[in-house]
Design a protein around this ligand. Structure first.
Ligand code: HEM
Length: 449
């Protein structure tokens, strides 16, 4: 078959900025519209260079899995490196492989089972604080609360660290950092970091606060004579197979920063969406309550009991389908390639918007509706092509914390629902803010019953 040229391109909407302003104005709306007009594999103009968008599961599998060696992380990750350093999330090649191998054992099932009790303990303490802080009728900013909670869980479970309330600052600073990052991504006219503009000075300060918190965790551990068996201990002591050296201080800092940041915001956002959705669907909410009550009752919560809540799992799957917190992943071709008969020149960026595939009517009946029961037909779900549902990415760079995140979601859901009820409210939409993660534009508030 003769090779086709480049995939079809969206018409430019600005002679200089190409289609960047459309994306800046409304990323999800623009991408959805373009997909409807152009099909699932197309390009848009990112300034002078075309950038590809793929929402076809078959090609996603090819890029993330079958030919993953030809696709490194995209431009967003170059920028993310300024925020998170060169850790597992942002590094490439042999260096990434080595770092991932070192961290992977900390996320194995047996380890997670061991972490469950400390996770539950953090949630218990947090909810006890809620009991003192809130009374029925109070409106709770659950977005903020879940951000605090997931920060504490990740710090405790992975770094055995009793972080002080200073940790809450991190959430805010991270948000500022991500906003700035997206501005850089979408607007190349932002002055480079070394020019001391007010925005750049603020960005520098933000990064400093983040690094200070993380550095403190490492220093505290270095000064602690007790023996630990968590991720931090593993990262600090594992030796390089070739050189026998342990990780440099900078590398350690980058890895801790990465796990810390990648490990809390996404889960917090997911929890926010789950409780917000349940508040609008009383029957589904009650069914979740019943399942938790029947399966867990007053018995001990364990790794296994938390994972055997089939209806609740359907609800969680459905929320992550509708609102994938990591709404897109990006890659860049190293060498020339061919996908679907199209020529892909080396250096081309490819966006793989998880959100678009999760909302594609080709794969999902009534894609915009919240229908947890669609997950009940496990046979049908199994037969769907790979990468029609991939909230945690896929291929070798699948989220390292996918099982951790799910355990955490089930633990928070179960404990919170056993101790608190939120009022139901009429169905309504919220505005989404797709930055690096996709969070609600405005924080979610729920009223305590
Ligand atoms: C609901 C929660 C979460 C979601 C939706 C999520 C989503 C994702 C996705 C889509 C990727 C792939 C990015 C890519 O291919 O470019 C990823 C990677 C990653 N995630 Fe998560 N994540 C979640 C929770 C966590 C947690 C709890 C941790 C750690 C404790 C974590 C740590 C990481 C790391 C380190 C990577 C990079 C893996 C690599 O490149 O080898 N994530 N995550």
């Amino acid at each position: 078959m003769a090779q086709k040229n480049f995939p079809p391109l969206v018409k430019k909407s600005h002679w200089l900025f190409g289609n960047m302003m459309d994306l800046k104005r409304d990323s999800l709306g623009s991408l959805t519209r373009w997909q409807q007009e152009m099909g699932p594999f197309f390009g848009f103009h990112a300034m002078s260079r075309p950038q590809l968008v793929n929402a076809k599961p078959e090609y996603t599998k090819y890029i993330l899995q079958d030919n993953n060696k030809n696709y490194i992380k995209g431009k967003a990750f170059d920028l993310l490196r300024a925020l998170l350093g060169n850790g597992i999330l942002t590094s490439e090649g042999d260096f990434w492989r080595k770092q991932r191998r070192m961290a992977q054992p900390a996320f194995h099932k047996a380890r997670l089972a061991g972490m469950t009790q400390s996770m539950l303990q953090v949630i218990d303490t947090f909810l006890t604080e809620w009991e003192q802080k809130y009374k029925p009728g109070d409106r709770i900013n659950v977005s903020e609360e879940f951000n605090h909670l997931t920060l504490k869980i990740v710090a405790k479970a992975l770094f055995e660290s009793e972080v002080s309330d200073d940790i809450y600052k991190v959430g805010g600073y991270l948000f500022d950092g991500m906003e700035r990052l997206m501005m850089r991504l979408r607007n190349p006219l932002i002055p480079p970091r070394w020019i001391p503009t007010p925005g750049n000075i603020k960005e520098k300060k933000t990064l400093q606060v983040l690094f200070d918190v993380v550095e403190k965790i490492i220093i505290d551990r270095q000064n602690d004579p007790r023996e630990y068996n968590d991720l931090l201990a593993m990262l600090m002591t594992t030796q390089d197979e070739d050189t026998g050296e342990v990780m440099s201080r900078q590398q350690l800092l980058d890895e801790v920063m990465t796990i810390f940041m990648a490990g809390h915001e996404t889960t917090a956002v997911a929890l926010g969406y789950i409780f917000w959705k349940l508040s609008q669907y009383p029957e589904i909410d009650q069914q979740v309550d019943q399942e938790i009550e029947q399966a867990l009752g007053s018995g001990n919560l364990t790794f296994d009991s938390l994972r055997s809540l089939p209806y609740t799992r359907q609800v969680v799957n459905e929320v992550l389908r509708l609102y994938p917190p990591a709404w897109t992943v990006g890659r860049r071709a190293i060498n020339d390639d061919e996908i679907g008969g199209y020529h892909i020149p080396a250096g081309t960026g490819v966006m793989l918007p998880i959100y678009l595939v999760h909302h594609d009517p080709q794969w999902w009946d009534s894609p915009e509706e919240f229908l947890p029961e669609r997950w009940a037909d496990t046979q049908k779900i199994k037969q769907m092509p790979k990468f029609t549902y991939f909230p945690f990415g896929g291929g070798p760079r699948l989220c390292i914390g996918d099982q951790f995140a799910q355990l955490e979601i089930f633990a928070v859901l179960s404990m919170l629902k056993q101790r608190f009820k939120f009022e139901h409210q009429p169905k309504h939409d919220i505005k989404l803010l797709p930055l690096v993660t996709m969070r609600p534009k405005d924080d979610i508030y729920l009223t305590l019953k």
